[in-house]
Ligand binder design. Structure first.
Ligand SMILES: [Ca+2]
Ligand SMILES: [Ca+2]
Ligand SMILES: [Ca+2]
Ligand SMILES: [Ca+2]
Length: 502
């Protein structure tokens, strides 16, 4: 059964504003001099298309290997109501090959100093320094890979603020001295309000993620659903001479600088030295539902903070010794605290098979059994409600919430047709449609949250019959960016991500 619950909002979708102005196309068979940049007569290079574009335009880059020996500079400034888009052509994956660039600290692959750019769907390979250096604000970098660059894969610094890094991978990056190349970094003179979601970093010579500051101070960065592993090892598998930490939360030599960092549902494993590393950070650190496994040390956060700053560790899990967390920390329901007991039987699988594997077509991380809780684990439904979505009677411990049926909602005889589908269109502005299916009639809610977990909209909160339903929702008064919509019905819930793009 299907029904439209919200006809008035649907009407407004008909007046959907057509914001896209011009689309330009870039192809390895194009020509910058003689072609106008259309689909049939594309440009040859991305810089040529950037020169042609104005705010509101979209640049589509066709698949294949695009070779560059100089930096692609993106400096044009959009606005919240008029974005630039630099996108892979749908169904294709451009490979940006910078391998002919000399190794040099000034030779980045892409230098993004502009703002209100959405960059999606590129592989960025072997730049002379960072794969991408981001110093603008309010950009969205999505579904990109940064591999084998000669410094950090994606570095945010020089005041970069309010950027969203979504579903990106960064791996096999190594600098000549091996002590600088991280997977992702929001470091040095970075600005505040940057957000990472669904990112993976592995086998970078220094750290997976690095928040070391010099001279920025008292800024905030958020990481959610990120997997960071095997950093401190090279592509060959041999150990590097770099630091080899997973999440390096801050640090500033002797200068006591504060990097406030929020980690939600993050996973660190097999990093050579530390999984979650304070590195002398004096700022507030909040770790909700994180998991550490088989790092040199899983958690190492024990040094005193600056006055007024707080270390909060809740619903976190460790398989093996957890490491050290300062007595000053606010802790509750972590797996190393009473009454929990953790061993391999708490998990469906501790086999890392597939962790580097392909993402889903929409860029989300693959579904794997690795580090998911096994049915019957004492870590299920034993956590503290910290405002994150959960399934069952309470949050689980660790980074993956399980959906095993519990005694509370023993519905083993009910067909499993609980489903929340991807909204369409996505990205959207201002209206989008959300479809879901519930197996049992009951009070159901569909709510929208921003990246900080604040509720920003209620699409539905009422008795709903079983079956499939469609809802239209209009984002009123919200800025561009990533939002989450969460379905709750019959003791189950599911969350999906959507992007509002003005
Ligand atoms: Ca280092
Ligand atoms: Ca580092
Ligand atoms: Ca157990
Ligand atoms: Ca639960």
């Amino acid at each position: 059964m299907k029904r439209l619950l919200s006809c008035a909002v649907l009407m407004s979708a008909i007046a959907f504003p057509l914001l896209a102005q011009t689309s330009y196309f870039v192809s390895t068979s194009g020509n910058d001099t003689t072609n106008p940049g259309t689909f049939d007569f594309p440009f040859r290079t991305i810089p040529r298309a950037i020169t042609a574009s104005v705010a509101g335009d979209t640049i589509y880059v066709r698949g294949g290997t695009h070779s560059y020996n100089t930096t692609i500079n993106i400096s044009k400034q959009g606005s919240d109501t008029s974005w630039f888009s630099l996108l892979s052509y749908p169904g294709e994956r451009p490979f940006l090959d910078f391998s002919s660039m000399p190794i040099s600290g000034s030779l980045r692959g892409i230098s993004l100093s502009g703002s209100y750019w959405r960059v999606k769907g590129f592989d960025i390979y072997k730049a002379g320094d960072n794969g991408m250096h981001l110093r603008g604000h309010h950009n969205i970098v999505e579904f990109c890979s940064f591999l084998e660059n000669n410094d950090t894969g994606l570095q945010l610094s020089n005041g970069a603020a309010d950027n969203q890094i979504i579903n990106c991978d960064s791996y096999f990056n190594v600098d000549p001295g091996q002590g600088n190349a991280d997977g992702f970094a929001a470091k040095l003179d970075v600005g505040t309000g940057n957000y990472f979601y669904g990112c993976r970093a592995w086998q970078n010579s220094d750290d997976g993620y690095d928040g070391y500051l010099r001279p920025s101070n008292d800024i905030t960065t958020t990481l959610e659903n990120c997997w960071i592993f095997r950093n401190g090892y090279l592509k060959s598998g041999l150990p590097s001479t770099g630091n080899g930490n997973g999440f390096k939360l801050g640090g500033s030599d002797q200068q006591n600088l504060m990097h406030n960092v929020i980690l939600k549902n993050c996973l660190a494993f097999d990093n050579r030295v530390k999984g979650f590393d304070q590195n002398n950070n004096k700022g507030s650190m909040t770790l909700y539902n994180c998991t550490g496994y088989r790092n040199g040390t899983n958690y190492s956060i024990s040094q005193a903070l600056a006055a007024g700053k707080v270390l909060t560790v809740v619903n976190c899990a460790s398989l093996g010794p957890y490491g050290s967390i300062g007595a000053f920390a606010v802790q509750s329901t972590n797996s190393w605290l009473s009454p929990f007991f953790v061993d391999a039987t708490d998990f469906v699988s501790i086999d890392t098979m597939g962790v580097r594997g392909p993402r889903k077509p929409d860029g989300n991380l693959p579904d794997l059994p690795f580090m998911h809780l096994a049915q019957g684990s004492d870590l299920i439904d034993s956590g503290t409600d910290v405002g994150l979505p959960f399934i069952g009677s309470a949050p689980d411990l660790g980074c993956f919430e399980s959906d095993w049926p519990t005694s509370v909602d023993d519905n083993a005889n009910v067909p499993d047709v609980f489903a929340l589908e991807q909204n369409y269109p996505n990205p959207f502005n201002p209206s989008t449609r959300i479809r879901f299916t519930i197996p049992v009639a009951g009070l159901s809610s569909l709510r929208v949250y921003d990246v900080l977990g604040r509720e920003v909209g209620v699409v539905l909160n009422e008795q709903v019959p079983s079956g499939t339903h469609e809802m239209d929702w209009e984002a009123v008064g919200l800025g561009s960016g990533v939002y989450f919509y969460k379905l709750d019905s019959g003791g189950r819930s599911e969350v999906k991500k959507m992007i509002l793009l003005h």
